[in-house]
Ligand binder design. Sequence first.
Ligand code: VGL
Ligand code: ZN
Length: 204
Amino acid sequence: MTALVLVDLQNDFMPGGSLAVSGGDEVIAVANALIPRYGLVVATQDWHPSEHVSFAANHPGRSPGDMVEVHGLPQELWPPHCVQGTPGAGFHADLEVDRVDEVVRKGVDPDIDSYSTFFDNARLRATGLEQLLREHGIDEVHLMGLATDFCVRFSVLDAVDLGFDTVVVEDGCRGVELEGGDSARALDEMREAGARIVGSGELL
Ligand code: VGL
Ligand code: ZN
């Protein structure tokens, strides 16, 4: 059985949000069109406490875009975003949340970031998504959402690594593009890892 995983379709990643992804709102229509095709739909949320380690504001003298080291891992610093319970952490108003079966939250630990929807960046803790998919007998996962070059990228690489047949819906993704070409490079990396990259038209 196949599940659809909608990655971080949250207000702070939409135009006007605190970590806006260009064209992020354009993928909501793709999500709503795909949702009825799947027996299991999971939506993920970046869900940070206000003291989160990825917020530049929590590192005196640092700015968004700077890199620091956390637990020996490189960590990008971001503007505060997706703070638990705030409107920015909520799903885009047009997303058909009534049709979403499960919500998985990540990045909840103040001391570690979690780009992947499966594990935190140090792989210390699982989010529960893998177990959820296994419980539902899922062997194939279709992913789309925000952002191509961060949370989609690491979620897809983990899905492949965990042995799921993994499909990325390219027109359902948009990237942060800290550097031009990051999204294209991320898609190449996902493809080389074994994910299939498709357009939503192939699935509808
Ligand atoms: C994300 C940067 C920081 C994402 C989350 O959802 O891709 N990017 N937190
Ligand atoms: Zn985040």
